[in-house]
Design a protein. Structure first.
Length: 395
């Protein structure tokens, strides 16, 4: 229970750090006079860090363990946050992008360690429910970030973006100090790969033989493209449609993330009774219907579909993740590092920005529509083969 509580605090932190990007996107458009396409470089830079550093993070954690991976990630996170002070003085987008890249490298260490660790802290059957519970605090961090930082940046003239990051950096340093003193139990797998797993190369090759891991990797990438694109585009969409101003939009985004958090907590409870794969299939097709409502462009009523997306997608990341690493034993850490490359899907927002600048504000939602179809099909495939997977006849 103690390791579970400590690790869960990390979910709040990276939820906060990633949600700030959705506010920064619009803030930098206003302050630096850049387009949606140019501001999408915020997401591209941040999530490219996941793609480039996920495997090195996995190798580090394989060799030195979960706790050291967490502490190292927290230190990088803090350094990147504090770099916002000189970046503000420089006043250029490139400077901010450098600081965000450092933060993203720290986050990939945290997520590569924390996600699989939570799935291991208990029975396999409740792994998805447990990870959804921890990930609920990720939603709480997102909600707090969009409300506090959004109101600060859009509510006051000449507000400095450095202030929230300096506060965040100090908090992260304090948490790093706590983790450096606390001993987290390492999860040991006594199988034929337990020794080789410390050096990474063999399990990185072996994991590709598990087809439902590979399908899970594809589904998780699709989810990241959809989720990050919608979050990053949200304020641009509702303001571009003429429904509200920037400050009100950040409040509405906070409300949408509240739906997301409710979906996480609710999903965690439901999956104590309903199989995770069935839940994933249902929510995947729920998102497809919600996106179609947005694409039909019913004016302000399209917000119903937009909020529906947040409710249905809430369980997707932790559920796909836990299902993809299920039964992998010593391959779990290496599989996790590959799964943590998927936030590179956030670069998909660049395509959303290009489409929005070239056409209108509604058409870009075609991209998340395709992505949620892929997630729903992954859940469907697992549901159909559930009994065989449970018996170990399929991997």
């Amino acid at each position: 229970m103690v390791p579970f509580i400590l690790i869960t605090t990390l979910f709040f932190l990276w939820g906060f750090a990633r949600a700030i990007l959705d506010v920064l996107n619009k803030h930098f458009q206003n302050e630096l006079n850049i387009s949606i396409t140019e501001s999408s470089l915020i997401q591209v830079t941040t999530y490219m860090g996941y793609f480039l550093m996920a495997i090195p993070a996995g190798l580090f954690i394989n060799r030195y363990g979960y706790r050291r991976g967490v502490v190292f990630g927290l230190l990088l996170f803090a350094i990147g946050s504090l770099l916002f002070v000189p970046c503000t003085e420089a006043g250029t987008l490139d400077a901010f992008l450098f600081a965000l890249f450092i933060i993203s490298v720290g986050l990939v260490f945290l997520e590569t360690a924390a996600n699989p660790y939570v799935t291991e802290l208990g029975g396999k059957e409740t792994a998805s429910s447990r990870l959804n519970l921890s990930q609920s605090f990720n939603g709480l961090g997102c909600l707090f970030a969009t409300f506090a930082v959004g109101q600060f940046l859009f509510g006051y003239e000449n507000s400095s973006v450095a202030l929230p990051y300096v506060i965040l950096g100090i908090v992260v340093l304090l948490i790093a100090a706590i983790f450096s003193k606390v001993k987290l139990p390492e999860i040991e797998h006594h199988d034929e790969l337990s020794d080789k797993a410390k050096y990474g190369r063999v399990p990185l090759l072996k994991v590709w033989k598990h087809k439902f891991f590979v399908y899970g990797l594809i589904a998780l990438l699709a989810y990241e493209v959809a989720e990050i694109s919608i979050n990053s585009y949200f304020i641009n969409y509702v303001t571009g449609m003429g429904w509200m101003d920037d400050r009100t939009a950040s409040l509405v985004l906070t409300g949408a993330l509240a739906f997301f958090m409710v979906g996480r907590f609710g999903g965690s409870l439901i999956m104590r009774k309903v199989p995770a794969e069935v839940m994933l299939m249902t929510c995947g097709f729920g998102c497809v219907i919600s996106v179609m409502i947005v694409l039909m462009n019913f004016g302000r009523y399209s917000m119903i579909g937009l909020l529906g997306i947040y409710l249905f997608e809430a369980v997707m990341f932790p559920t796909i993740f836990s299902l993809a690493v299920r039964g992998l034993g010593s391959l779990t850490k290496s599989a996790s590092s590959l799964l943590m490359m998927t936030p590179v899907g956030g670069c998909g927002f660049l395509l959303v920005g290009v489409i929005a600048d070239a056409t209108d504000m509604v058409i870009p939602f075609i991209i998340p529509l395709v992505c949620y179809v892929i997630v729903g099909l992954y859940g469907f495939g697992l549901t159909v083969n559930r009994n065989e997977i449970k018996k170990g006849q399929l991997t």
